[in-house]
Write a protein that binds this ligand. Structure first.
Ligand code: ACO
Length: 321
């Protein structure tokens, strides 16, 4: 039987941390107290003009390859999860393939599931590897979300940041990914969106994130708890044997609410939203890499990755590191 396993992680955030007070200094009508109390966010990173999503994705992938002790030539599948691609096309994954020097001929494509994108991409890659068609995949979540923020809308602009995270997934005999589940409910497309498209040389509609914060909050806590139970049940792993819950880093209160609903101690939840804000598709692999490199997530431990985002989409991947 073929399994897939994460054998290396990498990440990058652009530039220096930008604090809540820095946003106030830049003219956003908010306060450190409001943002940190309601969301737990203290810092985020914002890409300078000229830094693209594919630049961040390529660097995160390079670091994941280094951690895995592999070269770009060893990779035969590239998937990038992003909502902020460099271009309408070609895909960011093709740009990364070229920048890294992953051999031509390997499939490379983007996945668009907003903040669930990485969990979607990892699940897709797991299925490729388990089928025996591919051996080593680069799965990347990367965003320059600051490009789609309306800096005059304080209810959204304080929440998000830029960054990228990546994993190398390898096929082999040892189980790594133990279970996964993906879901979507398109009837909820209106509660979180960037409702615009290019047409005739300009953008039609609003090019910024629009969100019903309270509706998103309630939806996220419910589905994150449900999908966690679903994958634990699939793998027949009792909650007590789960070492880490690593949910999409949107808001510390969503993470606390999910842990509470599951009956899991907050000590078992990986939190990095305080330093990165919500980096959408990058948030899960970024938090994973930070926790691995800080020695919190250790080899042999079980980790439950969870995504939730626009669409609405959600999903989870349970893995042994
Ligand atoms: N600074 C100061 N005041 C603010 C700010 C701000 N940045 N933003 C809103 N306010 C004000 C509002 O104007 C309002 O003032 P009013 O009472 O005078 O009208 C007041 O704060 C309360 O606004 P609400 O929107 O009701 O605040 P709420 O308690 O719902 O918190 C928040 C808003 C933090 C966005 C919350 O709804 C939330 O966390 N939602 C989840 C959304 C989320 O995390 N989205 C991420 C993307 S989705 C995803 O990744 C899954």
């Amino acid at each position: 039987m073929i399994f897939s396993r994460v054998i290396g992680t990498g990440s990058i955030v652009p530039g220096a941390p930008v604090s809540n007070d820095d946003l106030v200094a830049r003219g956003v009508e908010t306060s450190d107290a409001w943002v940190s109390e309601r969301t737990g966010i203290r810092f985020r990173h914002l890409a300078d003009k000229g830094v693209s999503t594919s630049d961040l994705a390529t660097e995160a992938a390079r670091r994941a390859l280094e951690a895995a002790g592999l070269r770009p030539a060893d990779i035969d599948l590239v998937i990038v999860a992003t909502t902020t691609p460099d271009m309408v096309f070609p895909s960011t994954a093709c740009l990364v393939q070229s920048a890294l020097g992953v051999p031509a001929g390997a499939p490379a494509f983007d996945v668009q599931a907003v903040c669930s994108g990485f969990v979607y991409a990892l699940t897709i890659a797991d299925k490729f590897l388990r089928s025996g068609s591919h051996k080593r995949a680069l799965i990347i979540g990367a965003e320059t979300l600051s490009r789609i923020l309306d800096w005059s809308d304080r209810s959204t602009c304080v929440l998000f940041g830029d960054g990228a995270g990546a994993v190398v997934l390898e096929a082999g005999d040892t189980p790594g990914i133990l279970a996964s589940a993906l879901h979507a409910d398109g009837t909820q497309h209106g509660i979180l969106s960037v409702p615009s498209h290019p047409e005739g040389g300009s953008l039609v509609g609003c090019p910024f994130i629009r969100m019903d914060g309270q509706a998103v909050f309630k939806f996220a806590v419910r589905v994150l708890a449900d999908v966690a139970r679903e994958v634990l049940e699939q793998a027949a792993l009792p909650l007590e044997q789960l070492d880490w819950l690593l949910p999409h880093q949107a808001n510390v209160r969503i993470l606390q609410g999910t842990a509470k609903r599951l009956g899991l101690s907050e000590e078992n939840v990986i939190v990095t939203v305080d330093r990165h804000g919500n980096t959408s598709a990058a948030s899960v692999p970024l938090a994973l890499d930070v926790a691995v490199r800080e020695g919190r997530i250790l080899p042999g431990q079980t980790v439950l990755l969870e995504g939730v985002g626009g669409g609405f989409t959600w999903g989870a991947v349970l893995l042994r590191i």
